[in-house]
Each structure stands twice: as structure tokens, then as C-alpha cells.
Design a protein around this ligand. Structure first.
Ligand code: OSB
Ligand code: MG
Length: 369
């Protein structure tokens, strides 16, 4: 397919409820939506940056720069038959994985649509629905958290992840366990602790957690191997895994027993598939993380999560858990088994609502071959 036109938009979408983590409080999502056109086909992708570098060092402005000055020029006007060819064209640019993943996802959608197959099939997915859960931000008190979680259980979610932070950790787990003894529960620290804090995790080691996500520093692999030795509960790495090489190092050092895959964090679906396949080959389960995406990014996440080794429930909740009104139709919902249907139409399988997209667009730029 000849890449004739690329458009990038900085979008700002208001969250239904603010989301507090050990990194800070978010009230809006600041992402870049990418549109690729060629030979009568339109592909959509989402770049999951934030306005400031909290979760990742990338931001809207760094991704905008790298898209405009490096990635778009690498592919514009070229004929791309397979996504691998585009990845090879920008491989010399180091880092900036969220920027790469944003454009890559639009190319995956466009090429799947050109072939007339769903993105799930195109990526090698095998499921028609995927297990999902909900990621709950820090709440004002343990009581407020219990109430919030009860609400999500009533909505149908079977797996709950809670955010923890120093001083807001063990008591939250104990409060939930008292109220919900058999709930599928996991915690996410977003890198807020040090190895010297091992006692915090030992104090929750008998609480039957599915996993403890990213307890230590955001680029660490070595200290996590020391912490994992002290715990029965599996550690799951999120922030520290940027590539297949990182996944190999983490598995070989026994730094974790589970890996969270987010395409934005690892540079796209191509690298995600490599990590998925490697983990499958060594018996390490993976699950799909989330970055509070709009329906465009969510559609890609659901498609990727339909691959065989995504065995644990993903952070892929219904559109309404994030936004009053999503920018795609149909919106994403969950069924009574806490599962989400994988779209079956060509590409991402959902329709972008241009009027709604325009309303959330802060600025846009187009590039023509
Ligand atoms: O660590 O998984 C994380 C959101 C933004 C940044 C980092 C994370 C998260 C979430 C939200 O936990 C998951 C979702 O999209 O529902
Ligand atoms: Mg995480």
C-alpha cells in the first residue's frame, strides 16, 4: 500500500473519574491519534503519551517531534507491503517507542483493512472474546476503596487491580481481603518502592494476590530478581520491559513470573508479538496492560489480547469506565463473564466518529506524499 497521507492529532479527553497512582493524579488523557491514508484505505492508531513524563519519559511534544521529523518522513510516499518494512525504515531511530507504536498501529489497521481481515486475525489472535478486569486508582480511604471495588464487581468485573503507594498499601489489601476473600486481586506500585521496602510486600504475601506489578524502579531488572526471591507472590514487570531483550533478561534473571504487555511501551504490536511468543516458549503468562486509551487504542489492545498466551485478564475496561462518550462506535462493553468481544470487522473493527474526534482535538498536522 502506498502511504499517501498521514495526519497526527493531539487529543485531550476528560476522564469520567480522576485516576490517582503513585505517579500523580490524571484528570484528562493527552494522546496523539494517528491517521494513515493510502489507496482508498484509512488506518487509525493511538500514541499513548501523556502531557508530562510521569509513567514514561515520552510526552505529547516529544512524540509529536519524532513523528513529524523522523517517523512520518521515513514512510510517507513509500509502498509498504508488511508492517515489518515500516519498522525497518525507522529502526535507526532510538527509543521513542510510544511514538513508533502510534504510527505502527495505524499501519497495522490500514494493512488489515486492505486485506479485508480483522486486526485480531492479522496479528495471529485465536480468541473471539478476551478476559478483562479494571484498574482502580488510589482512593481517599480504605473504606472508599472497598465501596469503589464493590461498584466495579456489580458492573461485572471479575478481576480487580488496585494502585498502591508508600503508606497506602498493606492496609488497602487487608481491607479488600476482609470484604472479598476470594476476589481475583492484584496490586500495581508503578515503581514507588525500593528493595529496602521488601517488608511491605512480605506483609501482603499471604493475601493470595495474583501478582505484584512493578514494585521497584522503572528501569530496574536486577533488584526485582532479589525481591522475587523473597516472595511467593509472582512479580509482574510493566515499566521495566521495553523490548524482547528486556523480557529475556527479566525471565532469565527470574525478576518476574508474569509480564504486562503494552504496545506503546515496547514500540508496537510487532515487538509485543515477539515478547508474547518468547514468553509462551518459556511458560511465562502475559496480560494486556492499558493506558486509558480511547476506543481506537482499545480496539488494538483487544485484538492483541486475543493471542494465545494472553491468559490473565487485561486492563481493558469498558469505554464508559474511562469516558462519558468514546470516539468510536460501537463502544466497548463487557459481558457477564467479565469478557470483552474482539471486533470482527476489517482492521480495528470500530468506526471513528469524526465529529467527536474533532471536538477533542487540540491541534493537528497533515503530511502529504
Ligand atoms: O501502570 O498499568 C499502569 C494507566 C496509566 C499509566 C500506567 C498504568 C495505567 C493503568 C490503567 O493501570 C489501565 C487501564 O487502561 O485501564
Ligand atoms: Mg502498571
Amino acid at each position: 500500500m502506498r502511504i499517501e497521507r498521514i495526519e497526527i492529532r493531539y487529543t485531550k479527553m476528560e476522564l469520567v473519574t480522576s485516576f490517582e497512582t503513585s505517579m500523580g493524579v490524571e484528570t484528562h488523557e493527552h494522546h496523539i491519534h494517528v491517521r494513515v491514508d493510502g489507496e482508498g484505505v484509512t488506518g487509525w492508531g493511538e500514541c499513548v503519551v501523556e502531557d508530562i513524563p510521569l509513567y514514561s519519559s515520552e510526552t505529547v511534544d516529544t512524540a509529536w517531534h519524532v513523528l513529524r521529523d523522523c517517523l512520518v518522513p521515513a514512510v510517507l510516499g513509500r509502498t509498504i507491503g508488511r508492517v515489518d518494512e515500516a519498522v525497518a525504515l525507522w529502526a535507526r531511530f532510538r527509543g521513542h517507542r510510544m511514538a513508533k507504536a502510534g504510527l505502527e498501529s495505524a499501519l497495522w489497521d490500514a494493512l488489515a483493512k486492505a486485506k479485508g481481515v480483522s486486526l485480531s486475525k492479522f496479528l495471529g489472535g485465536i480468541r473471539d472474546r478476551v478476559p478483562v478486569g479494571v484498574s482502580v486508582g488510589l482512593q481517599a480511604s480504605p473504606e472508599a476503596l472497598v465501596k469503589k471495588v464493590a461498584g466495579h464487581l456489580a458492573e461485572g468485573y471479575h478481576r480487580i487491580k488496585i494502585k498502591i503507594a508508600p503508606g497506602r498499601d498493606v492496609a488497602l489489601v487487608k481491607a479488600l481481603r476482609k470484604e472479598f476473600p476470594v476476589l481475583l486481586l492484584q496490586v500495581d506500585a508503578n515503581s514507588a518502592y525500593e528493595l529496602g521496602d521488601a517488608a511491605v510486600f512480605k506483609a501482603m504475601d499471604d493475601d493470595n494476590l495474583l501478582l505484584i506489578e512493578q514494585p521497584l524502579s522503572y528501569e530496574d531488572i536486577y533488584d526485582h530478581s532479589k525481591l522475587q526471591k523473597e516472595l511467593k507472590t509472582p512479580i509482574c514487570l510493566d515499566e521495566s520491559i521495553h523490548s524482547l531483550a528486556d523480557a529475556r533478561a527479566a525471565v532469565e534473571l527470574q525478576s518476574c513470573r508474569v509480564i504486562n504487555i503494552k504496545p506503546g511501551r515496547v514500540g508496537g504490536f510487532s515487538e509485543s508479538k515477539k515478547i508474547h511468543d518468547f514468553c509462551a516458549s518459556v511458560g511465562v503468562p502475559v496480560w494486556h496492560g492499558g493506558m486509558l486509551e480511547s476506543g481506537i487504542g482499545r480496539a488494538g489492545n483487544v485484538a492483541l489480547a486475543s493471542l494465545s498466551n494472553f491468559t490473565l485478564p487485561g486492563d481493558i475496561s469498558a469505554s464508559r469506565r474511562y469516558y462519558k462518550q468514546d470516539i468510536v462506535e460501537p463502544e466497548f462493553v463487557i459481558d457477564r463473564d467479565s469478557m470483552m468481544a474482539v471486533p470482527t470487522g476489517p482492521g480495528i473493527g470500530v468506526e471513528v466518529q469524526m465529529d467527536r474526534l474533532e471536538r477533542v482535538t487540540v491541534r493537528k498536522q497533515e503530511f502529504r506524499a
